[in-house]
Design a binder for this molecule. Structure first.
Ligand code: NI
Length: 165
């Protein structure tokens, strides 16, 4: 299992809800946790490791890992600009408008309900990960010139590396 990198099609997939939390799901979660920490990420969604299922994990302050299955969020109106990167878009960083407060619901890996009210960085991280489950990437949310500049850089890089990426 590895991180799938833009423009891998899996990243554009709408993910399916989890109906049964079985051994495969537990293994997937273990792999996601390992991969997120190994890559110094603060959040990861299942499609980023190639599985189109509704699972996200995050740990924005290094002292609390949260695993959420079938997450859904309610957003408030206040917005702020969040500077973000994504393990699936190496070398890219962009500012996006995010809601300042989100209410996150779902279940944990033991089917216990999760209810979290999050603000600021954690709120942004949750919105970012939930959007992955809808096939929406950070690149789709930044201003167009920023995306175009990255695509140009990517093209050049791939050419220099004989399209190996
Ligand atoms: Ni991401």
């Amino acid at each position: 299992m590895h991180i799938h990198i833009y423009p891998d099609k899996i990243l554009k997939t709408k993910c399916e809800p989890i109906t049964v939390i079985n051994g495969d799901v537990q293994t997937l979660i273990e792999n996601m946790i390992e991969i997120m920490y190994k890559n110094n990420g603060i959040g990861l969604a299942a499609p980023q490791v190639g599985i189109p299922s509704q699972i996200i994990i995050f740990d924005t302050n290094k002292n609390g890992l949260t695993v959420v299955i079938n997450p859904s969020i309610t957003l408030n109106k206040e917005e702020f600009f969040s500077l973000e990167s994504c393990l699936s878009i190496p070398g890219f960083e962009g500012k996006v408008r995010r809601k300042q407060v989100v209410y996150l619901e779902g279940t944990d890996r033991y089917e216990k309900p999760i209810n979290i009210e999050a603000t600021d960085l954690l709120a942004a991280c949750i919105q970012h990960e939930v959007e992955h489950l809808q096939g929406i990437l950070l690149l789709d949310r930044v201003i167009r010139s920023k995306k175009e500049a990255y695509l140009k850089k990517l093209k050049k890089y791939r050419k220099a590396n004989n399209n190996k990426l």
